[in-house]
Design a protein around this ligand. Structure first.
Ligand SMILES: [Zn+2]
Length: 258
């Protein structure tokens, strides 16, 4: 679509990986400037204090420990010239903490009433996070009660593949959760696919037989998701942006791309 642009807002830059097998440090969300709809976000990133006291001590090995304050969305959005009040909707790829945590920055905005989630993952995350008094499971499964119970939040369920906004498709992929939303942006001159954590790193995409990411809950479903994305990549000659690849980002500044 003519005039559609996106910017990647990264969190956790400059922090070392914990181990070879851990997710890369590059939590991110995508801000989309849509010519007819306006601004929307794909994922909300980490929430306030997710790098300190908001996550249980025993879970801190599954994620990074220090995120510079300016990389949280309430600072990162204004830094790129967009107010939190200008965001009209937030599409959550899946409800793991590093994708939904930032919702709490949007209390009192129009976006909090327009949160889209994949139904099967949302149901699973609610079930897991609301069955204990403490609001999470051991060992860590990445769902926390407080990330769902955000004041004013209205969640809209996505049950099928859908073109939610003109030239912006969302596709349900299994493997990392019971259903994670991939985003396909049809820009003016190219197509970009964001598979989210279903395919966290390029190595998982290149060699799905042998390189299985440790956060995969269903290996066969993951391999099927890779086949689906490979078909789409071929069809559109698309670029793919993997959420947990590392490298390349020293000195990164968010900017709009066409
Ligand atoms: Zn995840």
């Amino acid at each position: 679509m003519k005039g559609m642009e996106y910017a990647i807002l990264r969190q956790g830059l400059g922090v070392k990986r914990l181990s070879e097998d851990a997710c890369g440090p590059w939590y991110f969300c995508v801000l989309v400037k849509h010519p007819s709809f306006g601004y929307f976000l794909y994922d909300a990133g980490v929430g306030p204090a997710d790098d300190t006291f908001r996550r249980p001590e025993s879970h801190m090995q599954y994620g990074l420990l220090s995120i510079p304050r300016e990389e949280y969305l309430d600072k990162a959005l204004p830094a790129i010239g967009v107010s939190l009040h200008e965001i009209k909707a937030i599409v959550i790829s899946h409800c793991h903490w590093d994708h939904i945590g930032g919702l709490s920055f949007f209390k009192g905005t129009q976006a909090i009433r327009n949160v889209y989630v994949p139904r099967d993952d949302f149901k699973h995350g609610l079930f897991q996070s609301h069955r204990t008094a403490k609001g999470y499971m051991e060992p860590c499964d990445f769902y926390y009660k407080w990330n769902f119970d955000v004041e004013g939040a209205e969640f809209h369920m996505i049950e099928d593949d859908v073109e939610l906004f003109p030239d912006v498709e969302f596709k349900l992929l299994k493997g990392h959760t019971p259903g994670t939303l991939a985003m396909i942006l049809h820009l003016e001159n190219r197509v970009v696919i964001f598979p989210s954590d279903t395919i966290p790193r390029s190595e998982n995409y290149k060699d799905p037989e042998n390189r299985i990411h440790p956060t995969t809950i269903d290996v066969e479903a993951f391999r099927e998701s890779v086949r689906i994305v490979k078909t789409l990549q071929k069809k559109y000659n698309a670029d793919i942006i993997f959420p947990h690849d590392d490298g390349f980002y020293t000195g990164y500044t968010a900017r709009f791309e066409k």
